[in-house]
Design a protein around this ligand. Structure first.
Ligand code: PMV
Length: 312
């Protein structure tokens, strides 16, 4: 008997970058994200003689995965498992494959081993493996915040059906993994200001989402994104996740907005650009970004559902 779960990556509009002191992989500040629909991780688990993990057809030894299994086993009886996971998008390149990956993994193990976790508990286990994974347990607009640092849904996917156009500008894995990058940024003189201002940005974003105020959310999201990359640049040595095509895409998106299109950008710990837009702008945004030199591929998504079990 195999259990298969699916989960989608999410992209943050109010970014998470930096951890609170102490154990448990607790973010230093809250974040707000969109769960995507067409990008997907599917993870299957079977009982086995020993743990094994296959990612996109390759056997891998992943310390974060081993740590996630150990964390689950500290709380629940989880026997040895054969895990097979596949992404339909580039892995570890700033497209949140760890988010969908750990949300799918915890969801699959919960169902396969009949652990009977509720959504908030799955979100906490996913968060301890990868902060952003907490948010992929839920669909639509999702918040990750105090006091318990499990994610919670803010708005259903169809309550405000935004579109996301992803411009893939590099195919390989990212240069510095997010946890290592965060550790570096936490020593930056910019870090305290980043943490305190992100708490304010998060509250403002919740109000703008409730009001469906696209124009103000666009301005605030670009601010949070560029502020995070400002902090990354002001780390030592500086974290520079962008390439030339990334920068060109950001200028292009701002030009489109000046021309009247409802679109804004966000970029995570990698060179890919995510353009968030109202549905009527998606086709124009996709063709404009496809024409940027260095853009390898365009992916399109709407807002998707939380992690779920496909087959058991
Ligand atoms: O979940 P992690 O540890 O891979 O960190 C994610 C960090 C960003 O993607 C850059 C921002 C975010 O909030 O998703």
């Amino acid at each position: 008997m195999t259990t298969t779960a699916r989960a989608h990556p999410n992209i943050a509009l109010i970014k998470y970058w930096g951890k609170a002191p102490g154990a448990g992989n607790v973010p230093a500040a809250p974040s707000l994200s969109l769960t995507l629909d067409t990008l997907m991780t599917r993870t299957s688990v079977d009982f086995a003689a020993a743990d094994s993990f296959e990612l996109d057809g390759q056997l891998v030894a992943d310390p974060k995965l081993a740590a996630c299994l150990a964390d689950l086993r500290a709380h629940y009886p989880v026997p040895p498992l054969a895990v097979r996971s596949a992404n339909n998008f580039p892995t570890a390149a700033g497209l949140a494959s760890s988010a969908s990956g750990f949300a799918a993994l915890v969801t699959a193990i919960n169902a396969h081993c009949r652990l009977d976790m509720d959504d908030a508990t799955r979100s906490v286990f996913a968060r301890r493996a990868s902060g952003s994974a907490a948010r992929s347990v839920f669909g639509g607009f999702v918040a990750l915040s105090e006091p318990d640092w499990s994610a919670a849904p803010v708005l259903d996917p169809d309550a405000w059906p935004l579109r996301v156009v992803v411009a893939v500008t590099a195919a390989g894995p990212k240069s510095v993994a997010s946890s290592a990058g965060m550790r570096r940024s936490m020593a930056s003189p910019y870090y305290p200001a980043w943490v305190s201002s992100t708490h304010e940005d998060f509250q403002e974003a919740l109000a703008l989402v409730a009001a469906r105020n696209f124009t103000a959310l666009a301005e605030l999201s670009e601010y949070s994104c560029l502020k995070m990359h400002g902090l990354m640049l002001a780390s030592r040595p500086g974290l520079l996740y962008w390439n030339a095509a990334t920068t060109t895409c950001l200028h292009r998106i701002r030009e489109l907005r000046v021309e009247g299109l409802p679109v804004f950008f966000t970029v995570d710990a990698g060179p890919q650009v995510k353009a968030v837009c109202l549905p009527e702008a998606a086709a124009t945004v996709a063709s404009a970004l496809a024409a940027v030199p260095g853009v390898i591929r365009i992916l399109e998504a709407g807002l998707g559902a939380g992690a779920s079990v496909e087959q058991r």
